[in-house]
Write a protein that binds this ligand. Structure first.
Ligand code: SIN
Ligand code: MN
Length: 293
């Protein structure tokens, strides 16, 4: 799948691309079916909502689950990002966000690159999210909201919020959000929220400011996010555990386009549990660690 000139221009201007119905219901089946068992595991890689047993985020399913390992190598998700960067990419982060019916909590306004820079020392913004809906997303179940064009601002000021939700995030304050929304058109398009059937895909810039509200509806809003980073732009610090910010910078080798319909073999390195090293962290930059070793 190659991006058209029109799509490239839309991405440059708005900071995102939306592909409704990018995957068929048949392709989604094995992925959706695998989620309850993954969410049921009592493992560090399942982060639950504050004061609830509902899973907010499951990390690194591509290391333990065959359907998700195939999705992580799907050309319809990975190739557009390689095209945009004109470089091979590796998996920086892989998550399945629950946003479960009645329980799914907010994601405050933030840029992903803010966290990747501040926590992981990722050198530049040459990394990108590709999201795929496992459930239908509508206006009631907490769709992602974007401020179009906000990626053009580069890295904006953020503070480390450790208390609002169960997951720490570098968040942008309300005054700046007000300004960015106004600049993007205010009530006329200053916030957009792509909605569509399960199987829809969104690709968005790592500096695009985004958020989502809580899910008070009776419908889950499970979505998968691949965070793909240009190989030359790999992180320089392992301050977060490896299941959150990966340390294997090997370029992704895509499978054929029908890989969600056929059982192509995939490696599952953490199938029998994560190694202790995946939990170890350090505040030293890796160049420093390498020199010291
Ligand atoms: C995120 O920004 O990482 C998640 C937002 C969401 O799933 O709504
Ligand atoms: Mn985000």
């Amino acid at each position: 799948m190659r991006l058209t000139q029109e799509q490239l221009e839309h991405f440059d201007r708005e900071g995102y691309l939306f592909f409704p119905g990018q995957f068929t219901p048949q392709e989604m089946q094995a992925l959706t079916a695998a989620v309850p068992e993954l969410y049921g595991r009592r493992e560090a890689y399942n982060v639950r909502e504050k004061g609830s047993d509902a899973v907010r985020t499951n990390f690194a399913a591509h290391m333990v689950s065959e359907p998700f390992a195939r999705l992580a190598r799907h050309p319809r998700m990975v190739r557009p990002v390689m095209d945009l960067f004109d470089e091979e990419v590796y998996m920086h982060q892989f998550k399945i966000n629950g946003k479960m019916a009645f329980e799914g909590d907010v994601w405050q306004w933030h840029q992903d690159y803010g966290t990747w820079l501040n926590d992981d020392l990722m050198p530049t913004e040459r990394a990108m999210n590709v999201a795929i809906f496992l459930d239908d997303v509508n206006e009631y179940n907490g769709p992602l909201m974007f401020i179009p064009g906000s990626h053009k601002k580069g890295v904006v000021e953020a503070k480390h919020d450790l208390t609002t939700t169960s997951y720490p995030l570098w968040t942008v304050d309300n005054d700046l959000i007000r300004q960015l929304v106004e600049r993007a058109g205010g009530k006329n398009g200053g916030i957009v929220s792509p909605k569509g059937p399960a199987g829809s895909m969104i690709l968005f810039h790592s500096c695009l400011v985004h958020a989502s509200t809580s899910n008070l509806s009776p419908w889950n809003r499970v979505s998968v996010y691949l965070s793909l980073c240009a190989v030359s732009n790999h992180i320089r610090r392992f301050k977060r555990p490896e299941f959150i910010a990966h340390r294997d910078f090997t370029p992704i080798a895509c499978l054929p386009d029908d890989c969600l319909a056929r059982p192509y073999p995939v490696d599952l390195p953490w199938k029998d549990g994560m190694p202790a090293s995946a939990l170890a962290t350090s505040s030293d930059p890796i160049d420093h660690i390498r020199q010291a070793a």
